[in-house]
Design a protein around this ligand. Structure first.
Ligand code: FAD
Ligand code: MEZ
Length: 568
């Protein structure tokens, strides 16, 4: 047999997998996936049967209901979704290589026009495009405000970049900060955010971000989230980045909480469903969206309001390089769907854009693991050293500065060096160890030898650094926060280099998340939230501010869209 369909065909007929001879009946492949698990067991059951110590494709960090068909295809080659970031070379049956060509949203205009002319298949109050944190928060809040919600996600798995977020969610004046005696003010968060964004942020949006940040933490907590660990991120004056106890990644947790809430509250969530057009009437008011279901083809949904929550475009290097040619050829930290086609859909529907030229590189990406190493490792005490074993930057400066400093080193990369106390402070590090990207030495000499670095220089660097920690002042690079001495063996190092991480620009919105049109007037019925929007972060986003952004503006967008739908 050439593929899984042939293989299963030999055991039975089409009904081994499909309900009818016509093939899949929905784009989630609900029936087909139920058939897989009825024979092979659930994802968790399959994972339990796998050897310990190996990187298991079935013990994934993805969120939601992960379908077998996300990787295992029937009539085509199967492709491991993990390979969109990593390269594990799993021996999957009937497998092909990960590859994806970007197909523009308007590639098939004649067929799309025909589908629109056919009329709507169904009607709803609010359509949300994108299942990341902004989309899921909007879904929860639109449901809380009584709207009928359909959420459309083009990828086979939910969660977008949100599920990958690691270091934390920024918020000021929170209960968790108070418990830890951290003094913070919303105004300081505003000032830090404006300064980090080189004062190019929209100040009104920044006020909404900071002033609602602790409410957003409370809102998530009420939904079941644990955001009680608080750490430091680059560019912040105080510790305000919230994450689960023990330092687990924030994004998978928040996205899972929001996913569960959206499902429980009755949002109709459809995967493999790409929105290719927003339809408007002659006055420019939103009336519907055109969807391309991966299995069901084009269909039109009539809706009063749409929330665009399609994220950024950092994974689309061609587009990134158009705005920032210095980043041409760079790897990206993002998920496969961060290509910017939601931006195209919005622009084709008349949305104005702003700040598209601002694209951020994250300083610490592991090219070997295909994974971003969270800023929280530095926030909790790690230092950056170059191939000569020397520090060269304030490790918790803003990302633009840290990235530029790394690129100026020999080999255009550096090592993130930390000790066992940092490892113990942040459970996210266990994931990097599991991925085999962490070098370990029982002593600094052993670590230096593994890194091919002068041992005496590395030892002196750590001794000098520890001395500065004990006096509380970094006289070399003015690092403002020196959380701990690095004295607990074993010692660890990860090779890191900058990778494209965040696109600060996007569609222009007002403080109620209404999308501004190119004409200068807001587009009736169109709302947007999250990384698809521009203005919140100015020229450079601070670590931890995106999760805050998507939850706060996602909540507002859901509420506003539901209210708009009720009134129209
Ligand atoms: P996303 O979560 O990216 O979701 C958008 C969704 O829309 C995607 O699933 C996409 O497939 C879908 N979509 C796109 N186009 C269409 C279409 N046409 N039709 C249907 N669906 C579509 N920020 C922090 O504040 N703290 C952190 O610790 C942090 N860590 C990060 C770590 C990594 C590795 C990455 C990549 C980012 C991190 N960020 C962090 C940034 C943050 O995660 C993102 O900015 C944020 O999650 C974006 O949320 P979103 O909902 O706007 O978009
Ligand atoms: O905000 C981010 O992108 C972030 C905190 C990333 C990280 O390093 O964890």
């Amino acid at each position: 047999p050439e593929n899984l369909a042939d293989f299963h065909g030999e055991m039975g007929s089409c009904d081994t997998c499909h309900a009818t001879k016509k093939g899949p009946t929905d784009d989630n492949l609900s029936y087909e996936n139920a058939q897989c698990t009825s024979c092979h067991g659930s994802l968790e059951e399959v994972a339990e049967g796998e050897r310990e110590g190996i990187v298991s494709p079935h013990q994934s960090h993805l969120i939601g209901d992960i379908s077998c068909t996300s990787c295992h295809a029937g009539h085509e080659k199967s492709v491991t979704y993990c390979d969109s970031c990593h390269s594990f070379e799993y021996q999957m049956p009937f497998a092909g290589k990960w590859q994806r060509e970007f197909v523009p949203v308007n590639a098939d205009k004649a067929a799309q026009d025909k589908a629109i002319a056919k009329g709507a298949k169904e009607t709803t109050d609010v359509v949300i495009i994108g299942s990341g944190g902004a989309g899921l928060a909007a879904a929860v809040s639109a449901r809380n405000n009584g709207a009928k919600v359909i959420l459309l996600e083009k990828e086979p798995v939910a969660g977008g970049n949100t599920k990958l977020a690691a270091g934390g969610m920024n918020a000021a004046e929170t209960k968790a900060q108070a418990k830890l005696n951290i003094e913070d003010k919303k105004q300081i968060m505003i000032d830090d955010t404006m300064k980090g964004g080189r004062d190019l942020n929209d100040p009104e949006l920044v006020k909404v971000l900071a002033n609602n940040s602790s409410d957003s933490i409370d809102w998530l907590t009420a939904l079941g989230a644990d955001l009680t660990d608080v750490g430091r991120m680059g560019g912040a004056s105080v510790n305000r980045s919230h994450r689960p106890t023990g330092g687990a990644g924030v994004g998978a947790h928040v996205a899972q909480v929001l996913w569960d809430a959206a499902v429980n509250k009755g949002a109709d969530i459809r995967l493999n469903s790409r929105v290719v057009r927003i339809v408007e009437d002659a006055t420019g008011k939103v009336t519907g969206v055109l969807v391309k279901g991966a299995y069901t083809g084009y269909y039109l949904i009539n809706t009063d309001a749409v929330v665009i929550a399609t994220g950024g475009f950092a994974k689309n290097n061609e587009r990134v390089a158009q705005y920032d040619p210095k980043l041409k050829g760079f790897k990206a930290t993002n998920h496969a769907g961060a290509t910017g086609d939601g931006l195209d859909v919005a622009e084709l529907a008349g949305a104005a854009t702003k700040d598209l030229q601002y694209v951020q590189a994250h300083p610490t990406y592991s090219p070997v693991g295909g994974v971003m190493v969270t800023e929280a490792v530095r926030g909790n005490g790690a230092i950056l050293v170059n191939r000569d074993g020397k520090r060269f930057v304030n490790e918790i400066t803003t990302r633009d500065k840290a990235s530029a400093a790394i690129l100026a080193q020999k080999g255009e990369s550096a090592y993130l060096v930390f000790d066992d106390s940092v490892r113990k402070s942040l459970s996210k590090i266990e994931g990097y160890i599991h991925l085999h990207i962490v070098n370990e030495g029982k002593t600094l000499d052993e670590l230096a030898t593994k890194l091919n670095m002068p041992a005496a220089a590395l030892t002196k660097t750590l001794a000098d650094y520890n001395g500065m920690v004990s006096t509380g002042k970094d006289t070399q690079f003015e690092r403002p926060d020196l959380p701990r001495e690095l004295v607990s063996a074993p010692y660890y190092a990860i090779e890191v280099a900058p990778a494209v991480h965040h696109t600060m620009g996007g569609v222009a919105i007002d403080t109620k998340t209404e999308v501004k049109g190119k004409s200068g007037k807001n587009i009736p019925g169109m709302f947007a939230a999250g990384e698809i929007t521009g203005g919140v972060h100015g020229a450079n986003r601070l670590g931890g501010n995106a999760i805050s952004d998507i939850v706060t503006f996602g909540r507002i967008a859901g509420e506003q869209a539901a209210k708009y739908a009720k009134e129209h």
